[in-house]
Design a protein around this ligand. Structure first.
Ligand code: NAI
Ligand code: MG
Length: 353
């Protein structure tokens, strides 16, 4: 029952450094209440490290993280270092080498959080975005020709494998099995004539394995409109790497602040560590002021607890977040209040205890 989990911590840049300690404090509160323990090991991999060493992480970084039970990440990225360096130097290699091919992002409207949508209340919006996290549009295949001339051109190839499509779609159906058994596919098979019709074909094939489920599919353009106009239509939405990326920022936006949105990069086979991080980035515009909302980080921690098999503790953390938000006494500026990161973190930790 009571295990000790070894977790690698990468706070990263900007507000990552401010929200991660609050995430750890909440996890410690859950651990002491539910009788298990954590061993945290911090890695200072970030844009700051890049500026000093020329690398976001050491050459054997993947090997260093491999033995851990999970990775708890804040955010990386900082002005002065191009975003593709921080992303391809750390986040994307971790997601790929550790076969974290599922990016799971819950979208839930909670009591006490204002939605920009009219007439929506808690319960109306409660779905998951399941994003393919290893292939698709985010590929290194491509290049430039005739650089610097009038004939200059850039090409980028998208990669859709049967294995890659099937496993993310099956994951979506398995998740829907525990919910309303409704899966929506994000596509664009009208405009993108090779990969997206293939995606649709695989979706139909996998749907065939799940009789009794409701399925639908929408082209990504109208799907974004439906997220705003009819968020109550959705239960589990599965999308390719790019479409899932876009939908999983739009989702949190319709339920209030990006500051509360969590995510998990999951290796379902558990052959490698999975990684838990908020949806938001390093927010350089507010970094260093102690006002970042720590709830996205703490909620990501709840997803980590769930993955580690500590379901009761995970639920307790989610309940604590919901209680503190509903109570409304302690809020960071993104939620319309004037509390700081530490105060809101402490309120959630107290509610967990
Ligand atoms: P961002 O998520 O950092 O910030 C967007 C807006 O939301 C900003 O106005 C920010 O102040 C606000 N915000 C974000 N998190 C918040 C929180 N916890 N509490 C209160 N307000 C919050 O996205 P942006 O500005 O596009 O990117 C900034 C940097 O972060 C870039 O270098 C980018 O590449 C990186 N980034 C990293 C990610 C990661 O590590 N997973 C994800 C997204 C962006
Ligand atoms: Mg994104």
């Amino acid at each position: 029952m009571s295990g000790t989990y070894r977790v690698a911590v990468i706070a990263g840049d900007g507000i990552g450094k401010e929200v991660v300690p609050q995430g750890i404090a909440a996890m410690e509160a859950a651990a002491s209440r539910y009788g298990f323990a954590f061993q945290w090991r911090e890695f200072d991999w970030s844009c700051e490290t890049y500026a000093k060493t020329g690398r976001m992480m050491p050459e054997d970084g993947i090997g260093q993280l491999a033995p851990y039970d999970a990775i708890f990440l804040g955010a990386v990225g900082y002005p002065g270092i191009p975003d593709h360096i921080s992303l391809w130097g750390l986040l994307i290699p971790l997601r790929r080498q550790f076969q974290q091919y599922i990016n799971l992002r819950p979208v839930r409207l909670l009591d006490g959080v204002d939605t920009p949508l009219k007439n929506r209340k808690p319960g109306d919006i409660d779905f998951y975005v399941v994003r393919e996290n290893n292939e698709g549009e985010y590929s290194e295949i491509g290049g430039r020709l005739f650089a610097g001339t009038e004939n200059e051109m850039a090409m980028q190839e998208a990669v859709f494998t049967r294995r890659g499509c099937d496993r993310v779609m099956r994951y979506a159906f398995e998740l829907a099995k525990t919910r309303k058994k409704h899966v929506t596919s994000a596509t664009k098979s009208n405009g993108i004539i090779h990969t997206m019709p293939y995606w649709d074909e695989r979706f139909a094939a996998i749907a065939g394995e799940y009789p009794g489920f409701t399925t639908d599919q929408y082209h990504i353009d109208i799907l974004t409109a439906h997220f705003v106009r009819h968020p109550d239509w959705f239960d589990v939405v599965v999308g390719s790497n790019l479409f899932g990326d876009i939908l999983s920022d739009l989702g949190p936006a319709v339920v209030g602040s990006i500051g509360i949105a969590p995510s998990a990069n999951i290796n379902p086979e558990r052959q490698y560590p999975s990684m838990f991080e908020p949806v938001h980035g390093s927010a350089p515009d507010i970094a260093g002021r102690g006002v970042a909302n720590p709830i996205g980080q703490i909620w990501s921690g709840a997803m980590m607890l769930d993955h580690l098999g500590e379901r009761a503790a995970a639920q307790a953390v989610e309940r604590a977040i919901a209680e503190v938000l509903a109570d409304g006494g302690t809020r960071t500026p993104d939620l319309g209040g004037n509390a700081g990161t530490k105060e809101l973190g402490a309120a959630v930790a107290a509610a967990i205890r």
